[in-house]
Write a protein that binds this ligand. Sequence first.
Ligand code: ZN
Length: 57
Amino acid sequence: MKEFRCGEIVPGCDTKIEGRTEDEILEDVAVHAREAHGMDEVPPEVEERIRDAIVEV
Ligand SMILES: [Zn+2]
């Protein structure tokens, strides 16, 4: 499994998103970003940082 902690990008957010692949996580991150952070879309440079922050667990 892979894991992404939103706090790596958004300080103070303790949401943890798990998935089998980076793309699966990015889909869930897009939903979380919209619902929790009011981001209509994840810009490419943020997606890059998210991919860097995804770790194998
Ligand atoms: Zn968050």
